[in-house]
Design a protein around this ligand. Structure first.
Ligand SMILES: [Mg+2]
Ligand SMILES: [Zn+2]
Length: 236
């Protein structure tokens, strides 16, 4: 039985929610900071810290904007699928807990996710119209300067010898895929995996991920029956 880790922005949500927030509320210089990160000059923690400090919004404005974000229409069904099959699902994200929980809740998925349990992400603080970021899951030992160090979380959470499935879409996932036994990739992550010759399965929606995992579970069940059959025969 695999453990599933998924990115949020652009993977579960159709757009990058942090980009949407910055686009609407931040000084346009946030894009220059983004370019520094894309070029690999700074880690995502420094990137987000500087970017979000360029933004100003009231709580109502922020909520209204987050409520325009739609999720992959297949994600709620995928979430039920993981529950039904007891597949542990963790969201690992450089994005902000507040936005992630609000968007999930609106889509009828568990919006009560506590940061640090099944959600590992950056934290957003609002005070007097100022936005601030903090990073409860960054690691001093992280060599990448991650806001949320996805590979470190995967190593800690995966448990003994459980295969890891990772689902993602972007540059923030490039360190996480190294820890995964099975990668579902789209967009920039797909190009990255292709360039680095890492094995991956291309996906468009969580319906594709669900179909592939359902097939895997069927095969596992088949092998299990086969193994039991052999054991019984040996017993005789
Ligand atoms: Mg992403
Ligand atoms: Zn890291």
């Amino acid at each position: 039985m695999p453990v599933i880790f998924s990115d949020f922005d652009g993977t579960i949500s159709m757009v990058d929610v942090t980009d949407v927030i910055l686009e609407r509320f931040a000084d346009p210089s946030w894009r220059q900071v983004e370019n520094e990160w894309t070029r690999g000059e700074i880690g995502s923690a420094e990137c987000l810290l500087r970017q979000i400090s360029l933004a100003k919004a009231s709580p109502n404005e922020l909520d209204a904007l987050i409520d325009t974000v739609s999720l992959d229409p297949d994600f709620p069904g995928f979430y039920r699928f993981t529950k039904k099959h007891n597949l542990p699902l963790y969201i690992v994200s450089d994005g902000f807990d507040y936005a992630i929980c609000r968007a999930l809740k609106r889509a009828g998925v568990d919006g009560e996710l506590r940061n640090g349990k099944h959600l590992f992400s950056s934290a957003l603080h609002l005070a007097g119209g100022e936005l601030r970021a903090s990073f409860p899951h960054s690691k001093n030992s992280c060599p990448h300067g991650c806001a949320t160090c996805k590979p470190a979380i995967i190593r800690r959470v995966r448990g003994e010898r459980r295969p890891v499935v990772f689902v993602g879409d972007g540059l923030s996932d490039r360190f996480a895929v190294e820890e995964a036994d099975m990668v579902f990739a789209k967009h920039e992550l797909l190009d990255y995996c292709r360039d680095k010759k890492l094995a991956f399965t291309a996906f468009e929606t969580f319906g594709d991920v669900q179909a592939a995992l359902a097939k895997l579970l069927c095969e596992e069940a088949g092998e299990h029956e086969l193994a039991l059959g052999v054991a019984t025969q040996e017993g005789f």
